[in-house]
Write a protein that binds this ligand. Structure first.
Ligand SMILES: Cc1cc2nc3c(=O)[nH]c(=O)nc-3n(C[C@H](O)[C@H](O)[C@H](O)COP(=O)(O)OP(=O)(O)OC[C@H]3O[C@@H](n4cnc5c(N)ncnc54)[C@H](O)[C@@H]3O)c2cc1C
Length: 456
C-alpha cells in the first residue's frame, strides 16, 4: 500500500488521473504473458513535467514505478513485480511533429504505432517497425522493448529508427539524448541503451523517429512446401544467396491448420510448412527478386507458389499470418509463446530441436517464425491448471533456450526478457557482462525504483 502522504501528493498533482480502486488496479496487473501482480496505484500523467514530479516524489519515498504503454508485452515487462505505482502513458498520445523533408517525426510515447502509420500514409513515408500488435501497442512500449515485426528482416528493428528521445530519470531530472539528425555520433549512444531497457532506466516521454519513403511496389508470395525441414532450408538458402526480402514468415502444419479451423483463410492444410514472402522496391527490382526466389524454392520440395493477385489478396494472406497467435486460444486455455533466435543458417536445426523437445514431452506445439532473421516463435498450448503438464511446458522451454544458446542464438529476437526469461539470462550472458549491466542500472537508478524485479 502507498503511504498516505505519497497518495495525497499524487492526487494533488493528478486529480482523477490517480486510482487505487481494486477494479481499476486489476486491469493493470497483467500483460499478454501469464503472470500477474497488483500495483498499489495506477496514474495517467499528461506532461513530461508531471512525470518529472512523480519520479522525484517516488524516488524520495522509494516507491517502485513501472511504466506501461498498452500492456501488450508477452514477457511480463510492464507487470509491477514489486507492486508500487504503474505509470501509464496512454494520455501522452500526441504526434507533435511530422517532417518528411528531414525524414523524422516527434511523438509522445503513448502514440499507437498503427495511428502513426495512418498519419504518415498520405505523405508517402512510413515507420518500418511493424509488430503484430501495431494496431494497439504504443511507441513507448515499442522503444522500451525494441520491438520488431515481419518487415524488420529488411528494415531493422525499432532502435534503428530512434534518432532522439527525452527521458525522465529516476531522480526526476529530464534529459535529452540524440537529436533530429539522421547522422549524429555525438557522445555515447544513449538512445540505443534505452531501446530494449524495458523501463528499468528511465521514463521515455518523447521520441524522435526516423521515417522513410514508401517503396514503389510490393509483391507477395505464398510458397507451400511438402515438409517443414524443406521450408526452413529454403529460408537459409534464399538469405545465404544474398536476396533480402522484406519478410519471410514461416508457418508450420499445426499453425496452418489452427488458422484454417478458426478463420478459414484458404491456406493449404496439406502443407508441411509455408513461407509468406514479400519483396519491395522498384517494379524491376521486385520482378528480379521474385524470380530469383521462385528459382531457389524449387530446389526445396515445393508444392506450390501462389502470388497475391491484388491488394485484397495480399491482405488476406497477411490477415491469416496475423491471426496466428489468437487462433491457438481455441486449442488450449493457456499458450506460452517464446522467441528464441538463431543465426539464419541454423534455423532448420533449431526447428528440428524444437520439435524433438516438445514431442519428447508430448506437448501440443506449433512454430511460427520471422524466419528470415532467425526469429522463431514456438507456441506451446497447455492448461496451467494441470500442474504436471505445466511443469513439462516449463521444462521444454528451458531446453529450447539451451538448444538456442548451443546454436549461438539468443533468448529473444523481439519480445524482450521481462519476467519470462530473466532466469535464462546466464545462458547467453556471462557474469561479467551481467555485472556491467547492473552497474549501469545502479548508476542511473540507485534506489532501484524503476521496474524492479526484472532482468537486471
Ligand atoms: C498479438 C500480439 C502480437 C505481437 N507481435 C509482436 C511482434 O511482431 N513483434 C514484437 O516485437 N512484439 C510483438 N508483440 C509484443 C508487444 O506488443 C510489443 O513488445 C510492444 O512493443 C509492447 O508495446 P506496449 O505499448 O504494449 O508496451 P507495454 O507492454 O505496456 O510495455 C512494454 C515495456 O515497455 C516499458 N515502457 C512502456 N512505455 C514506456 C515509456 N514511455 N518509457 C519507458 N518504458 C516504457 C514497460 O515498462 C515495459 O517494460 C505482440 C504482442 C501481441 C499481444
Amino acid at each position: 500500500m502507498l503511504e498516505q502522504t505519497v497518495k495525497s501528493e499524487l492526487i494533488a498533482l493528478l486529480g482523477d488521473r490517480f486510482s487505487d480502486e481494486p477494479e481499476i488496479l486489476t486491469c493493470y496487473a497483467y500483460d499478454s504473458f501469464l503472470e500477474e501482480s497488483m500495483p498499489d496505484a495506477v496514474i495517467f500523467p499528461k506532461t513530461t513535467d508531471e512525470v518529472a514530479k512523480i519520479m522525484a516524489l517516488a524516488n524520495r519515498a522509494k516507491v517502485p514505478v513501472t511504466a506501461r504503454g498498452a500492456g501488450t508485452s508477452v514477457c511480463g515487462a510492464p507487470i509491477a513485480a514489486d507492486h508500487g505505482i504503474v505509470l501509464c502513458f496512454s494520455k501522452m498520445d500526441k504526434i507533435m511533429e511530422v517532417n518528411t523533408a528531414d525524414r523524422y517525426v516527434v511523438v509522445q510515447p503513448g502514440v499507437i504505432n498503427g495511428d502513426l502509420q495512418k498519419v504518415l500514409a498520405p505523405s508517402g513515408f512510413f515507420f518500418p517497425p511493424d509488430p503484430g500488435s501495431m494496431n494497439f501497442s504504443t511507441i513507448g512500449g515499442n522503444v522500451a522493448l525494441n520491438a520488431g515485426g515481419p518487415r524488420c528482416l529488411k528494415y531493422g528493428v525499432t532502435k534503428d529508427y530512434v534518432l532522439g528521445m527525452q527521458v525522465v530519470l529516476a531522480s526526476g531530472k529530464v534529459v535529452r539524448f540524440g537529436s533530429k539528425n539522421i547522422k549524429d555520433v555525438t557522445g555515447y549512444n544513449f538512445t540505443s541503451l534505452f531501446c530494449g531497457s524495458e523501463g528499468t532506466l528511465g521514463m521515455v516521454t518523447e521520441v524522435t523517429l526516423k521515417v522513410i519513403a514508401r517503396p514503389e511496389t510490393t509483391q507477395t508470395l505464398l510458397v507451400t512446401f511438402a515438409d517443414l525441414d524443406s521450408t526452413a532450408r529454403a529460408v537459409s538458402d534464399i538469405i545465404g544467396s544474398g536476396i533480402l526480402p522484406v519478410s519471410m514468415e514461416l508457418l508450420d502444419k499445426m499453425t496452418i491448420n489452427a488458422i484454417e479451423d478458426a478463420v478459414h483463410m484458404g491456406l493449404p492444410r496439406e502443407a508441411g510448412g509455408t513461407l509468406l514472402i514479400e519483396v519491395d522496391g522498384s517494379r524491376e527490382a521486385c520482378d528480379r527478386e521474385r524470380s530469383q526466389i521462385v528459382h531457389k524454392v524449387k530446389e526445396h520440395n515445393v508444392m506450390a507458389v501462389e502470388e497475391a493477385k491484388d491488394e485484397a489478396d495480399r491482405n488476406r494472406l497477411w490477415a491469416a499470418r496475423r491471426a496466428a497467435y489468437g487462433v491457438f486460444a481455441k486449442i488450449a486455455p493457456d499458450i506460452l509463446s517464446e522467441d528464441v533466435t538463431v543465426p539464419v543458417s541454423k534455423v532448420p536445426e533449431m526447428i528440428r530441436r524444437i520439435y524433438q523437445i516438445t514431442e519428447k514431452y508430448n506437448l501440443k506445439a506449433g512454430v511460427l517464425a520471422h524466419a528470415g532473421d532467425g526469429n522463431m516463435h514456438p507456441l506451446i498450448c497447455a492448461d496451467r491448471k494441470n500442474q504436471e503438464e505445466w511443469k513439462l511446458v516449463k521444462k521444454a522451454f528451458r531446453e529450447i533456450f539451451v538448444a538456442g544458446a548451443e546454436l549461438e542464438g539468443t533468448l529473444s529476437g523481439e519480445h524482450g526478457i521481462g519476467l519470462a526469461k530473466a532466469e535464462f539470462l546466464p545462458l547467453v550472458m556471462d557474469q561479467e557482462s551481467r555485472d556491467f549491466m547492473a552497474c549501469i542500472k545502479k548508476a542511473v537508478d540507485p534506489n532501484n525504483i524503476l521496474n524492479p524485479g526484472k532482468f537486471v
